[in-house]
Design a protein around this ligand. Structure first.
Ligand SMILES: Cc1cc2nc3c(=O)[nH]c(=O)nc-3n(C[C@H](O)[C@H](O)[C@H](O)COP(=O)(O)OP(=O)(O)OC[C@H]3O[C@@H](n4cnc5c(N)ncnc54)[C@H](O)[C@@H]3O)c2cc1C
Length: 407
C-alpha cells in the first residue's frame, strides 16, 4: 500500500487537509489513517449539543459518508500508526501493515491527560476527547446523581454546564486560583465562575485531587484540602498530551508537540504536522512557539500543508479564533491574550453581554466577547492589525469597534 499523500489522524485537521488537497487541484492518491472507527467528525459538539442530546452523531460528520470515495480519498479506519520510517517513507500500523507515502501529514491531535493518582483507573472516571468517551458517560449518567468535573478549562466548564442542564449535581474542581487561568484574564474567569455558581455548580478553585475513591467504581474524590466530594462519575478535563511519539522516535524535532515551520513542515523531509500536535512560531504570540488547540488552527494549518504539497505554498499566518458555549452564553475569542500587559472591560458583565480587550504595549492583541457578536465581528480586523487604541475609547461600549479603527 503506497499513496502519494498519507494523512495520519481522521479528525479535524486530517480531514481538512484531504479536502484542501483536492480543492488545490492535487490529483494524486490520498489515504487517511484514523485510530477511531468513525468517519471524521467535529469534536466541539461533544461537550455541548451532542452531550446534551441535541445533535445526533450523524450531524457531527465533517462530510457526508459518500464524500470521501467520491473525492478519491481512501479511509483506513480503526488503524493506529505506531511507527514512522522517514527514510523509507513508510508508516507501520499496530496490526502490522506498512503503508508507504510520498508526503505524510501528521494530524493525530492528542490524548487526554489523566491524573496520575490512586483510583484514576476506577470505573466511572472519564476523559472527554472522542465520541466513545461521551457515549460511555451518557450510558452511565442515568444511574448518576453527582458528578465531579476536574479542570476549569473550556471543556470542563462546558461539560459542567451540560450536566447541570441534565439535572446533575456538579462539583467543579480547579487546582489553580481561578478557572480559565491559562487562556483568559481575571475578568473573564470571575464572570464564568459566578455564572456557574449561579447555575448551581459547586465550583472550587485552588484545590487539587489526591485520589479517586471507591470499591468497584468511583464513589468520590479526595482533595488536597482533605475534604471528600461524593461523586458517582468523574470527568477529567485537564488538557492533552500531543500524540507525536512515533514522529519524535523517528527523529523529528519537538517535545511538547512536534516543531513545524510556517508551512507546517517538520524537521523530517516530506513529513508535515498540523493541528493540536503542531508546535509553531505564532506571529500573534510574538513568534513564541506554541500549540493551539482549536478548529481554526487545525483547518488553517491543513490549508498550509495542502498548499505546500500541491505546489502553491502559502505560510500559516492565520488569525487565531475560538468559541465556547456554556448555558445561554456564547463566548467568542480572537487573538492570543497570553502576553497582555493590560485589560480593558467593554460593557458590564452584569448585563451578560460584554467584551474583555487585551493590550500589549498599547496594541490590541485579543478580545474575549461574551454574547457580544458585534464586538467580535468588528474587532477581528483590529486584532489582526494590532491596532493601537486608547483604552478609554475601547472601554466605551456605546462606540462601535469599527469606528475605532482609525482612532
Ligand atoms: C470536547 C471538545 C470540545 C472542543 N470544543 C472546541 C470549540 O468549541 N472550539 C474550537 O475551536 N475547538 C474546540 N475543540 C478543539 C478542537 O476540536 C481540536 O482543536 C481539533 O479537533 C484538532 O484537530 P486535530 O486534527 O489536531 O486533532 P483531532 O481532531 O483530535 O484528530 C486527531 C485524530 O487522530 C487520531 N489519532 C491519534 N493518534 C493516532 C495514530 N497514532 N494513528 C492514527 N490515528 C491517530 C485520533 O484518534 C483522532 O481521531 C474541542 C475539543 C474537544 C475534545
Amino acid at each position: 500500500m503506497t499513496y502519494d499523500v498519507v494523512i495520519v489522524g481522521a479528525g479535524q485537521g486530517g480531514s481538512s487537509a484531504a479536502v484542501l488537497l483536492r480543492q488545490n487541484g492535487f490529483s494524486g492518491t490520498i489515504a487517511i489513517i484514523g485510530r477511531e472507527a468513525e468517519l471524521p467528525y467535529e469534536r466541539p459538539p461533544l461537550s455541548k449539543d451532542y452531550m446534551l442530546g441535541q445533535k445526533p452523531f450523524e450531524r457531527l460528520l465533517i462530510r457526508p459518508p459518500d464524500f470521501w470515495a467520491e473525492k478519491g480519498v481512501e479511509m483506513i479506519l480503526g488503524a493506529e500508526v505506531v511507527a514512522l520510517d522517514a527514510g523509507a517513507r513508510t508508516v507501520s500500523l499496530r496490526d502490522g501493515r506498512i503503508v508507504g507515502f510520498g508526503d505524510l501529514i501528521w494530524s493525530a491531535g492528542g490524548d487526554p491527560r489523566m491524573l496520575d493518582c490512586p483510583g484514576s483507573e476506577l470505573a466511572g472516571v472519564h476523559a472527554i476527547r472522542d465520541r466513545a468517551n461521551i457515549d460511555a458517560i451518557l450510558a452511565e449518567l442515568p444511574c448518576v446523581e453527582r458528578v465531579a468535573v476536574i479542570g476549569g478549562g473550556y471543556i470542563g466548564l462546558e461539560a459542567a454546564a451540560a450536566l447541570r442542564a441534565m439535572g446533575k449535581d456538579v462539583t467543579l474542581l480547579e487546582v489553580l486560583p481561578r478557572v480559565l487561568a491559562r487562556v483568559a484574564g481575571p475578568d473573564l474567569s470571575a464572570f464564568f465562575e459566578a455564572e456557574h455558581r449561579r447555575h448551581g455548580v459547586d465550583l472550587r478553585t485552588g484545590v487539587g485531587v489526591v485520589a479517586f475513591e471507591g470499591r468497584d467504581r468511583i464513589e468520590g474524590v479526595r482533595l488536597t484540602d482533605e475534604t471528600f466530594v461524593p461523586a458517582q462519575l468523574a470527568i477529567v478535563g485537564i488538557g492533552i498530551v500531543p500524540a507525536v511519539a512515533p514522529l519524535l522516535a523517528a527523529g523529528a524535532e519537538g517535545g511538547n508537540g512536534v516543531h513545524v515551520d510556517d508551512h507546517c513542515r517538520t524537521s523530517l523531509s516530506h513529513v508535515y504536522a498540523i493541528g493540536d500536535c503542531a508546535a509553531h512560531a505564532n506571529r500573534f504570540a510574538e513568534d513564541a512557539v506554541i500549540r493551539l488547540e482549536s478548529v481554526q488552527n487545525a483547518n488553517d494549518q491543513a490549508a498550509s500543508a495542502a498548499k505546500a504539497i500541491a505546489g502553491a505554498p502559502a505560510p500559516y499566518v492565520a488569525l487565531p479564533w475560538f468559541w465556547s458555549n456554556q448555558y445561554d452564553l456564547r463566548l467568542q475569542t480572537v487573538g492570543i491574550s497570553a502576553q497582555h500587559d493590560r485589560t480593558v472591560l467593554r460593557g458590564d458583565p452584569a448585563t451578560r453581554s460584554f467584551t474583555v480587550a487585551y493590550l500589549r504595549r498599547g496594541q490590541l492583541i485579543a478580545l474575549d466577547c461574551v454574547n457580544a457578536v458585534k464586538d467580535y465581528a468588528q474587532g477581528r480586523k483590529l486584532v489582526e492589525a494590532g491596532a493601537v487604541i486608547a483604552p478609554e475609547l475601547l472601554a466605551d461600549a456605546s462606540c462601535p469597534l469599527k469606528e475605532l479603527a482609525n482612532a
